[in-house]
Design a protein around this ligand. Structure first.
Ligand SMILES: Nc1ncnc2c1ncn2[C@@H]1O[C@H](COP(=O)(O)OP(=O)(O)OP(=O)(O)O)[C@@H](O)[C@H]1O
Ligand SMILES: [Mg+2]
Length: 274
């Protein structure tokens, strides 16, 4: 089955007991693009991703990844995608390079050392490659995690909140890594609660709210949802944050498009020291 969508999701539904989390989710991710799935805490982003990664079964609807149906062909889906979860799979006792070599060996690839060195260079970790991963900063660790998930060249990579808990500098490093992936032709589906992250990285942005995708488009398309505010003849383009709160607020209250004040960002940067 060949299609120009790397991911095709239709009518996806999922409940946890009485909690109806997904109520008919539809979206496509074009091959080679970066697609951001936005949503508040508990909106169901990880649930969508777990279904796509075959870790969870949907109650209804279909999801196709790389042309393989997640329910009917889970083995093929798993072989063709790579999932990087919120918690890094990095072994802290090993060096960065050893982590990469280990994964390459586990996947029975030839020349694991060469693969490791290539990836270290791609993610600006060559100098740190000989150090124990336990000594890495959050941004370095996340970049190593993404590098590990690329071993074997999966055409589709799914990143669940790749920068949550990272400081601004580390977030920039991870953004660079994601852009590097897309330049190499990899399709990227990422979830995020950071609206500026979607604004910076994504070719397309979808907002998951109350079980459905309520908005899906390019940043330029999303901006057309809100007219630019005119202040003394100077046009101010709406930020994605303003659009997000306007559409989400709309759905919640059923009221007009009042733009809520942006919520203060609480960064829970974890300091990990062994
Ligand atoms: N295994 C589970 N059993 C019961 N409820 C669950 C389970 N997994 C998730 N939920 C609930 O389903 C809802 C959606 O969870 P999910 O993790 O998909 O949201 P999310 O959008 O990824 O949120 P976050 O931004 O916090 O990561 C939440 O209310 C969550 O508490
Ligand atoms: Mg989540």
């Amino acid at each position: 089955m060949s299609t120009d969508a790397a991911i095709r999701v239709r009518g996806l539904e999922k409940s946890y007991k009485d909690l109806h989390v997904l109520r008919g989710v539809d979206f496509d991710v074009a091959t080679g693009s970066i697609f951001a799935l936005l949503g508040s805490n508990g909106a169901g982003k990880t649930t969508v991703i777990r279904i796509l990664a075959t870790l969870l079964k949907a109650d209804a609807g279909t999801a196709v990844a790389n042309g393989f149906d997640v329910a009917a062909q889970p083995g093929e889906v798993r072989e063709s995608i790579s999932l990087t979860g919120q918690f890094a799979a990095v072994d802290e006792v090993l060096t960065g390079r050893e982590n990469l070599v280990l994964v390459a060996k586990l996947r029975h690839l030839e020349n694991p050392g060469g693969i490791a060195d290539d990836l270290l260079a791609r993610f600006a970790l060559t100098d740190a490659g000989g150090r124990r991963a336990g000594t890495y900063s959050g941004g370095m660790r996340r970049r190593l995690d993404i590098a590990m998930s690329l071993i074997g060249n999966p055409p589709l990579i799914i990143l669940d909140e790749p920068t949550t808990g990272l400081d601004p500098e580390a977030r920039l490093e991870v953004w660079g890594a994601v852009q590097e992936l897309a330049r190499g032709g990899t399709t990227v589906l990422l979830t995020t609660q950071y609206l500026d992250e979607a604004e910076q990285l994504a070719d397309r942005i979808a907002i998951l709210h109350e079980g459905r995708i309520i908005v899906n488009g390019t940043l330029a398309e999303l901006k057309q949802l809100l007219p630019p505010a005119k202040v003394e003849y100077v046009e101010k383009q709406p930020s994605l944050e303003e659009i997000f709160f306007a559409v989400v607020g709309n759905r919640t209250t059923g009221a007009g498009a009042t733009v809520a004040a942006p919520a203060a960002e609480t960064d829970t940067t974890r300091k990990e020291r062994s």
